[in-house]
Design a protein around this ligand. Sequence first.
Ligand code: GDP
Length: 177
Amino acid sequence: MLQFKLVLLGDSSVGKSSIVHRFVKDSFDEYRESTIGAAFLSQTIKLSEEYDEQVLKFEIWDTAGQERYKSLAPMYYRNANAALVVYDVTEPDSLPKAKLWVDELKEKVNDDKLIICLVGNKLDLVSERESTSLVDEADAREFAQENNLLFHQVSAKTGENVIKVFQDIGERLYLQN
Ligand code: GDP
């Protein structure tokens, strides 16, 4: 079976652990304790017929976003095949933080095959917020395009688009291996 290492990066509370739990356990827990250091989980997916119904295994490292753990991140992204850089669509400050992670990955990871996906989470909250307090989707999309990143908006809470992120990454990884 093809196996790939995937790391999650992003500000604390953007929903990194919730995305992983939705993907791995198909569940959402409003009150789960925050990750200390990093957590490891794995999950397999099957690609579509177009991709030979290939089964892939993701080994997922969910890193803690707190500033005091920032120095540990290179340990997790150094050997990664893919990175999910997550921001919170209801937290405008979280997009610039995500951009910094992307810059760091581009600078420090010496692998032009690294797949990076920019992910805007908490899409379920968009309809109830004023658009002025939301991240500008066009801004995020443009940044993704300029930097050759995959881009998705998801909700770990409802599950919307979460599988798509991993399918999309899996297809890219399969094609380049
Ligand atoms: P992390 O620190 O980036 O791992 O973030 P967590 O996964 O711990 O989530 C932080 C908070 O945001 C928690 O209270 C979650 O319940 C909440 N949360 C995460 N994802 C979503 C989502 O898609 N929608 C909503 N409404 N809340 C979310």
